[in-house]
Each structure stands twice: as C-alpha cells, then as structure tokens.
Design a protein around this ligand. Structure first.
Ligand code: GLU
Length: 418
C-alpha cells in the first residue's frame, strides 16, 4: 500500500489472506470484493441563519447473502466513500463472526455535528433519511448508531421513515431510545461485549484480571462503557484519552468518577485528576500498560507507532484502528490482538435483539438481553480462538476465516442470480 491510507484496501488485503488460508476458489469470494450497492446523496440543509448548506451522505450495502444488511451511520467531517465501503464490509464479517442473520452495510454523512444546532442536526438527519429511504427498511437494511450518532438521531430516522409509510415502523433502525422501541442493554452493549471478550482472552491466557493494567483511547459510548465494566471486573484503568488528550496514572484512575464526567460528553481537557500525568493520544497508544483498547477511529495503530506499543494485548473497540502493516508488527512482537469484527460485535448483537423484539412486538428485560449477549459473544470468541489455534494464526485471521467461510457458504447455497 502506498500514499493515503485506504481502509477499503486494508480490508481487501486481510480478506485475500483469509481466503488463501481457507483455500477458497476465487469464484467463491470474488463478489465479496465489491459492495452490492453504493449510494451517494447530497443533503441540502436550511441552517438557522437562513443560508443553505449542502452535505454529502453515503449508504453502502456490502452483502445481503446471510440476511438483511445491517450497520451504523456515522457523522464525521472525514467520512468518505472508501471509509464507508470498508466499514460496510466489516459489518458483513462482524455479523458472520457473531453468527447473526444479517449482511453488512454502513452509512455516513460528511459533517462535524458539533458545529450544528440541534434543529440543524434534526433537519440534516431527516433529509439524509429521505434520501436513503428507498434502500432501507426492516427487511432490507437496518441502520444504527456509530461515531457521533445516538439514540435521538435514530429516533428521527425512525420517525421520518414511519411518516413516509403512514405507520410506525420501529424495526427500521436499532439503537433507538427505549421509549420508542429500543432495547434495554443496547446503549452499553458494545462496551459490555469488549469486556466479555477481554475477560475470555485473559482466562485463556491464564492471566488474573486483578493484575491487569488497561489503557483506553476514546471516551465515547464504547470506550467509556468498556473501561467502566472492566474496572468493575477488577482490572486497573491506568490511562484514558479522548480527542482533547488524556491522563496516565500508574496506580490506577478512579474510573467511576471519570465515567460520570465523560457521560455528559464533556472533554477530558477540562477535567482534573489528582496525581495523574496529562498525555496526548499518541502517548496513550504507546504507554506502559498490559491491555490497550483503541475505541476511537480507524488508522490509529500504523507502521508509524506499532513498534512502540508496549501493551501485550490489544482489544479493538473501534472499527479498523489497526493497519495491515501494524498487524504484522504486532504479530512479530507477540502481541495478542482481538480484532474489531469480534471485539466490538456486542453492539450489533444487541441491535439484532432489538430488531427481533420490534418485529415480534416483544420486550425483554435487561438480564435476558445481557445473558444472551454473553452467550453469543463468548461462543464467537471460542470459535475464533479455535480457528486461529488450528491454523496457527492470529485472532484477526481466525475471525476473518470464520466469517468468510460462513458468508461463502451462504452465497454458494443461494447461487448467482439469474
Ligand atoms: N455501529 C456499530 C458497529 O460498528 C453497531 C452497528 C449496528 O448495531 O448495526 O458495529
């Protein structure tokens, strides 16, 4: 790879390697290199000051072989088609690793939502929804939250879709607030899944959780919940950061307190921790810790800093935080990495539960949701672990092999239309 980092090329490189290890024939997986559908839309928004701004939006459906397409929508100023394509493909793989009956999709709008008022954000969301409306729906493609999107935004999407259909359709999005058909346990699900896979890995490696020091990059929903639940499991959270930088404290941070602060979406730069050293995001990634959890954006661990990483374990809370070159470096250094398509699958697993509840008009209690999540994600962990041991390869390769085998099998059974 050369020039600008392209997450789609990164995804293809890993897929190719997994296909070779599975000894797949080219015709079996050739179609998976191309998303089934790519939609680019322009989104005119009337701003509060009366001007009109036009934003760019995307929805990519990578594969529907195993079921309706599924995946979040992100709002970020750097979103582009290649990123959304990669994220859509990772969703297909993620749903296949978890063995839930979905294909993969992703959406994005190129916007910095912190620059919009709530009314502007609502108008942008409704217009984007109208633009992608022909290709979404509970049986076709079901969006969910991702970077910088949340339950409120899902609520607007659900309402817009419902208004256009003339009746309420809760199953068109997941990650909705509870009062309009969201599932208990969904807001914490991705972080809870990160906790479960970390716990499983430590147990396989014979490491006592009480001796483990954790660094977390990203204090959004995933990073903050993962840190909270891991601290409750007895692990020591020694470093955290958000876009504004972070803290390092060798004796451990009081994360219950930090959690209350970041929950209200305030930045760490405005927070004081006694006895802690202020660090940058780059310093967090290479700090002295046992488990590193990148839970922010793609391309954080690359050839530039991979050599300096001191953690022995990396658990990818984010999608695509590690480049293919960094992966090789980690393998050589003997770092164990739990890949995104397994580590952060808790979110889409509980999205699946939400959708199942919606289409059957059921409501499960939180204990039921959490125990079903635990069962599915620990089973997925075991299958990936066994695959990687059987082929003497990394967990990333193991996860991609499990996923690819399942998708290719579904494609084979269905055959190529016409
Ligand atoms: N955006 C989350 C992810 O990347 C959740 C997707 C979903 O629930 O559909 O896995």
């Amino acid at each position: 790879m050369s020039g600008k980092y392209n997450p789609y090329e990164n995804m293809l490189e890993v897929m190719e390697k997994a296909a070779t290890m599975l000894k797949l024939e080219k015709r079996d997986y050739e179609a998976l290199k191309y998303p089934e559908r790519e939609l680019k839309v322009s989104i005119p928004v009337e701003m509060d000051d009366g001007t009109v701004k036009v934003f760019e939006g995307y929805r990519v459906q990578h594969s529907s072989s195993r079921g309706p397409c599924k995946g979040g929508i992100r709002y970020h100023q750097d979103v582009d088609m290649d990123e959304v394509k990669a994220l859509a493909a990772w969703m297909s793989l993620k749903c296949a690793v978890a063995n839930i009956p979905y294909g993969g999709a992703k959406g994005g709008v190129k916007v910095d939502p912190s620059q919009l008022s709530e009314a502007e954000l609502r108008r942008l969301t409704r217009r984007y929804t109208a633009a992608i409306l022909p290709i979404i729906g509970p049986e076709k493609d079901i969006p969910a939250p991702d970077v910088n999107t949340n339950g409120q935004i899902m609520g607007w999407i659900m309402d817009t879709y419902s208004m256009m259909h003339g009746y309420t359709v809760p199953g068109v999005v997941t990650g909705k607030p509870f009062d309009i058909g969201g599932s208990l346990g969904r807001p914490e699900a991705t972080g809870r899944g990160v906790m479960f896979v970390t716990r499983e890995l430590l147990s396989r490696m014979g490491i006592d959780p009480k001796t483990v020091r954790v660094a977390v990059q990203g204090m959004g929903n995933v990073g903050s919940t993962a840190a909270l639940l891991l601290s409750r499991l007895g692990l020591k959270i020694i470093a955290v950061s958000d876009v504004s930088g972070g803290f390092y404290k060798a004796e451990g941070l009081n994360f219950e307190e930090i959690y209350q602060y970041v929950k209200t979406r305030r930045l760490l730069k405005d927070y004081e921790v006694e006895g802690a050293k202020r660090i940058t995001n780059d310093e967090l990634l290479t700090c002295d810790c046992d488990v590193l959890i990148p839970a922010a954006l793609e391309n954080q661990l690359s050839a530039k800093n991979a050599d300096k990483v001191k953690a022995k374990i990396i658990v990818e809370g984010a999608n695509g935080p590690t480049t293919a070159e960094a992966d090789e470096i980690f393998e050589k250094k003997g770092i164990t990495l739990v890949p995104d398509i397994l580590a952060n699958s808790g979110g889409v697993i509980v999205s699946y539960f939400e959708w199942v509840q919606n289409i059957q008009s059921l409501m499960w209690d939180e204990a039921e949701v959490n125990s079903k999540l635990e069962r599915i994600i620990t089973k997925a962990f075991s299958e990936v672990w066994d695959e990687s041991k059987n082929h003497n390869t990394t967990l990333r390769m193991g996860a991609n092999m499990v996923a690819l085998r399942r998708i290719v099998k579904a494609k084979k059974i269905r055959g190529i239309f016409p």
